[in-house]
Design a binder for this molecule. Structure first.
Ligand code: SF4
Length: 614
């Protein structure tokens, strides 16, 4: 559906395949039959967005509704944006080629705080007014969901309505309400007031905020009938929740180019830094029958020869060996690979290793997260050095020679000894290889250590914690480098500058809207990409707005501070998060949900492991 004008531009840009649409399984509908046009926008480039499972689910689900046409929109890379702006071509949806401005609902998925400038830029590229208050009619309704929506406040000026929690049901309810209002020529104002009554919907314009002199929030008040607390939506029975039997198959290589089956949602663990581990509670599993059927359908309808069993921690699937047996019964003959992207150190048994060996030979990745047992106890990463060494020994005995270990720098209570502990642990893994009686002959070992910077996130026990300053992180990175004495260890890290800005927006309030607007005015975008991110430019923007970013990133917050996301409820009680924070400082661990229920509050959602464990 791409017109001639766009075709000509494609000769001038890298990877034209990002911009043409027409892929296998993309959905084309007749506009005459459609009452609600929904643009599903991913605020990053095609290759990233097309790899995202949530987008695949909601795209297919919305398109199953006869009166809805859901199309995909991605952020163009700078070369294409330049061409589009020069030639006055608005940002368009890949299915119809129509401008984003022509849509009833413009929906964004928020996966990463550093994509917020892209959200503004994408609206701007189609001439859609950025501020919610400047979009008066019911059309061009901007909605957003995804994990970052758990603190929607930095985007409160721009987004009309947020989905809190899992989108499968609430998306369709809002679309239906929208259709009713469109049919009767209802106003945007009335629609938003009605939508706010749907559970899991947050309409930021219906709330007033006041601030204290010290800059913290004083009051946060709903207006009219808007609920004081917005409770998240959750799909309790994963077997019954919608899952597509086909994905759009891209022409160009994307980040994760394979069939994906979501085997479980939530996590039984309670790693204290991990937002996903709390906001997706409770832990729920899909049945083997459902996973098997979905994998078969997907492979049949896409031609993919690799299936990824996706989740926060796939080795926590209670019947993982049975599941792999069931899948391997047909995938082996078809030469279809299975990948398990998220394995836990303590979930890597001999039996699982043998199965993985049969289906995959690439490197293994584990996440001890901290270098010393003390710090692993602080963050509640219930993994011991013995377990890690046992696991890598199992792997080396099975022929693996490449191990990747994920760590974090800047965790609460961290000392330089903990940083050295990262290098020590990696060295022990190298030594384990050379001491292994059955190590692969004539091969050397490679241990990659990736050290990201800790970013305190809402809805975690560390939501009150300060982030280390950039200077401290740099000093710790240098200390880590000087503690590594083996060429077999390859360190890498995320830029501390980006993590700082991520921390600002993760725990920001709605005053950051002015900052985002100014950043956009200065042409800032693609901040998740090192080619574009500039701390200097961000600091200039903050200075021009009279806002100190350290107030959001580096300040320790007190337990009685009104947090910008306190009106959002993900099931887990704030008092539980406080207790967990105190336990962290006391080096006390908390059992996982399978060992014992710690009464976090998520049982109020009445399902998953909370009910099963009783
Ligand atoms: S209520 Fe208990 S079982 Fe349920 S998520 Fe919380 S700690 Fe886990």
């Amino acid at each position: 559906m791409i017109d001639h004008k766009i075709e000509k531009l494609l000769l001038k840009v890298q990877k034209p395949g990002r911009y043409v649409g027409g892929e296998l399984n993309s959905v084309i509908k007749n506009k005459k039959d459609i009452e609600v046009r929904f643009a599903f926008c991913f605020p990053d480039i095609y290759e990233v967005g097309m790899s995202h499972l949530g987008m695949k689910i909601l795209y297919s689900q919305l398109n199953e509704v006869p009166y809805v046409w859901c199309e995909r929109v991605f952020a163009p890379w700078a070369d294409m944006e330049e061409q589009m702006r020069q030639n006055h071509i608005p940002l368009y949806a890949l299915e119809s080629g129509d401008s984003l401005a022509d849509f009833d609902i413009i929906g964004f998925t928020l996966q990463y705080e550093m994509s917020y400038t892209n959200l503004l830029n994408m609206l701007d590229m189609a001439g859609v007014p950025l501020k919610s208050s400047d979009r008066r009619s019911l059309s061009q309704l901007v909605v957003a969901g995804g994990p970052c929506a758990c603190n929607p406040e930095p985007l409160a000026d721009f987004v009309d309505l947020f989905f809190i929690g899992e989108g499968e049901e609430v998306d369709c309810e809002v679309v239906e309400l929208y259709r009713d209002f469109k049919r009767k020529n209802g106003t945007k104002e009335d629609f938003l007031a009605a939508a706010a009554q749907i559970s899991g919907v947050y309409v930021p314009s219906l709330y007033d905020v006041t601030y204290k002199e010290d800059g913290t929030i004083d009051t946060f008040q709903p207006r009219g009938n808007a609920p004081a607390v917005i409770h998240k939506r959750v799909m309790m029975d994963l077997d019954k929740s919608y899952f597509p039997d086909r994905f759009v198959v891209p022409y160009i290589e994307i980040v994760h180019d394979r069939a994906v089956s979501e085997v479980l949602r939530g996590c039984i663990r309670g790693c204290r830094f991990c937002q996903a581990g709390f906001i997706y509670r409770p832990f729920r599993e899909k049945s083997i029958d459902a996973i098997d059927r979905q994998c078969r359908d997907l492979c049949e309808n896409t031609g993919y020869d690799e299936i990824s069993l996706s989740s926060l921690s796939t080795s926590d699937y209670s019947k993982i060996n049975d599941l792999l047996d069931r899948l391997m019964a047909w995938t082996e003959d078809r030469k279809t690979g299975i990948s398990l992207p998220s394995l836990r150190v303590d979930g890597f048994s001999n039996e699982l290793m043998k199965k993985i060996k049969a289906i995959r030979r690439s490197g293994l990745t584990f996440a001890p997260e901290a270098g010393t047992q003390r710090l692993r106890d602080v963050i509640n990463k219930n993994v011991t050095e013995e377990e890690l060494l046992k696991t890598v020994n199992t792997a080396f005995g099975g022929g693996w020679t490449t191990i990747k270990l994920y760590f974090m720098i800047g965790l609460p209570t961290e000392t330089l000894q903990d940083v050295e502990g990262i290098a020590d642990l990696a060295q022990k893994v190298v030594d384990a290889y050379y001491n292994h009686p059955n190590k692969p002959r004539g091969k050397s070992v490679k241990v990659s250590i990736s050290a990201s910077s800790f970013v305190p996130k809402p809805f975690t026990p560390f939501q009150w914690e300060p982030q280390d300053t950039i200077e401290t992180i740099h000093a710790k990175q240098r200390h880590l480098l000087s503690s590594i004495h083996s060429k077999k260890i390859e360190p890498s890290w995320h830029e501390a500058d980006t993590s700082f800005m991520e921390a600002v927006f993760a725990r920001g309030d709605r005053r950051l809207g002015a900052v985002l607007l100014e950043a956009h005015r200065r042409g800032m975008k693609m901040d998740g990409w090192q080619d574009f991110f500039s701390l200097q430019k961000w600091l200039e923007v903050f200075a021009s707005c009279g806002i100190d970013p350290a107030f959001y990133a580096n300040r320790k917050r007190s337990f009685d501070e009104h947090l910008p996301w306190d009106h959002i409820d993900y099931g887990v009680k704030k008092s539980f998060l406080m207790e967990e924070c105190k336990r962290a400082y006391a080096n006390k661990t908390t059992p996982n949900c399978r060992e014992a229920c710690s009464a976090c509050g998520a049982s109020c959602l009445k399902g998953g492991i909370c009910v099963e464990s009783r």
